[in-house]
Every structure is written in C-alpha cells, then in structure tokens.
Design a protein around this ligand. Sequence first.
Ligand code: ADP
Ligand code: ZN
Length: 355
Amino acid sequence: MANKVKVDLGNNSYNITMIEDFKDSVKRFASSTESQCMLITQENIFDLYKNQFNDLSNISNVNIFLIDEGEKAKSFDSTISIVNEMADKRFDRSSLVLAIGGGVVGDIAGFAASIYMRGVKYIQYPTTLLAMVDSSIGGKTGINLEDGKNLVGRIYQPIAVEIDTNFLSTLPKRELNAALAEVVKYGFIYDREFFDYIVNNISEINNRNLDVIQEVITQCCEIKSDIVSEDENEDELRMILNFGHTIGHAIESFTKYEELLHGEAIFYGMKCALYLSNKFGDLNNDDYKQSCQLLSKFDLPSLKIDNKDIFINFVKNDKKFRGENIRFILLDEIGKSRISEDISFDQIKESLSTL
Ligand code: ADP
Ligand code: ZN
C-alpha cells in the first residue's frame, strides 16, 4: 500500500504521508529549522498523549499552545493570542506551525500561520478521521463570525500532512462513525470501486481494523487530492465535494449545530440527494438501492423536521447559491456526480420525506 499521496499544486505541492509515530515526525521538522516551532493542540488531546507532548516540550525550539474546544475556538480572539505568542517568542519567517488536532485545530492553526509575517510554513497532523480524510487536505483555513461559520479565512496550503492513525484509537465512536459520511461520499461522487470496497469492509471499518482504515484513508486522500489538484480555488470540480452538503448544512443550522455532528448531518443530506438523483436525475433504481443500503448501516441520532417551510429557508440561506438557482450535486451513477441547476426548493422539500 502506498504510504504517500502527492497533492499536486505546482509550487504549493506537498505530500500526505502515513507515519508510524507523530512524535518522531515533529522532532524531524523541529530539527529542520533553527527557528521556533509552535505546536498547536487542545487540552484533551494533550492529556491523552501527555507522554509524547511532554517529551516534545523538552526540545528547545518547541512551544506548545492550547486552544479551546469546539467551534467557539475558531475566533479572532484565539487567532490573536496565537500570533501574539509567536511574536513574543520571536518567531520569524522560517518558523513553523504544527497543527495537532481535528478540524478546529487545523483551521485556526492554518489561518494563524497564513497571516503571521504574511505567512509561515505549517504542517497538519490530523487526529480525527474527519480531518484525516477531509479538512487537513486542500488548504482551507479559517475562523467563524457571529453571522456564520468560516466567513473569514484563506486557502493556504500546508507544507506536509502527516497522518498517524494511532490517534484514532482514542477517538470517540460517534466521531469515527460520523466521519464515515465523508468517506462514503468519496465513493459516491468519484469512485465506484472504492464504494464497493467500503461495502465489503464495513464491519472491519466499524471495528477499527487499522489496516483497513489506513487503506480507506489513503484512498480518500488520493481522491480528494485529485479533485483539489484540478481545482485549487473551488470553481467547478471541487464543488462535487459538496455532495450531501446543501441539505446537510441546512440541517446543521436548523438544529443550531447542537444535535448532530457534521458527518451525521451529511449522512442525512446524502439520503435526500440520492432520492433527488433517482427521482429527478439519472441515478438508476439499482444504484439507488445499493446506496441506501450502505447508508442504512450507520447509526444516526434521530432527526425531526416538523416544519419543512422553515427548514427550506435554511437551505435558501446557503452562501453558495448564485441568484435563484441552487447548484445541487447529483449522482448520475455510483462513482459519477455532476452539478445540476434544475433542482427546485419544492423538490428538496419532497426529498425530506425520506428521512
Ligand atoms: P473534526 O475534525 O471532526 O472537525 P474537532 O476538531 O471538532 O473535529 O474535534 C472533535 C473532538 O474530538 C474535539 O473535542 C477534539 O478535542 C477531540 N479529538 C480530536 N482528536 C482526538 C483523538 N485522537 N482522540 C480523542 N479525542 C480527539
Ligand atoms: Zn463535510
């Protein structure tokens, strides 16, 4: 199995590497610079991997900075604390930022790295399955505003993504399960063979067989890296990564980001998107049935959308719409997706009956 995937972005290219031990990798990067390193993580990750972090904190140019839990950590305030700390410690242009955590840590650490001295290098060490297969790849960084998530940010690529799957041993089951939504999504939108692989290995994946999970992560990285390399700035191709997300995002905001994890909302969003692809698009009954069968294997918290009209307003508020038309991602078949401008809000409302 390949243990490296190249994200091909010309001068901004980098490798995603499967590593055995994040501590060795951090040591290597720290010794590659004469300047300072800022290792950004969260308290509960620090506590779970205390021995390794304590060991790393003994290295003279390694500093550890803890940010808060949850989306509220993605704020201007914590960005300011990070860059102030870097300035206090005399960080310069050849300093490094190392993000060790899930999407929250990666987003804010990448954003701070992108603005300190107009940009210093950073490395992603994703510790959640979601970050390993999705958010650590592609260079999206950012913070939230009161008016919405990720409203301030940049596309700023890391110099490396280093994946140590041992982190997954402590990841809560619900987080792992939710992240599988993005995994299944890659099969749906891009790769039928990968879809079949997931179907055949679903119990191994759920039982955290690390060999199978590593294979799954590698495949996801290859697919995401292919898509991102074609389209770094999210114009057309990259939009297919939004499969299940138009309705999924609306579900997240409808439930005030309190009841469901991102991946869980995306599972629901994909159910609706599959219904629409079958009823109003080209997805044949057989592929539709196979897709629904796979989705039914994942446990999800219950979801009740009692007022569909109010719900639709959340769909309409999605920042990705241009004018009146929704740009909706449909499957033509398993492994093949496209952007459609023909899906109406009424049809979306109808698809909610599958939930
Ligand atoms: P995501 O990558 O899903 O966007 P977050 O950054 O919000 O996730 O992290 C989800 C939660 O999981 C946070 O509370 C985070 O501290 C915690 N977490 C991250 N990685 C691990 C891990 N390897 N083991 C246990 N908990 C973790
Ligand atoms: Zn997503």
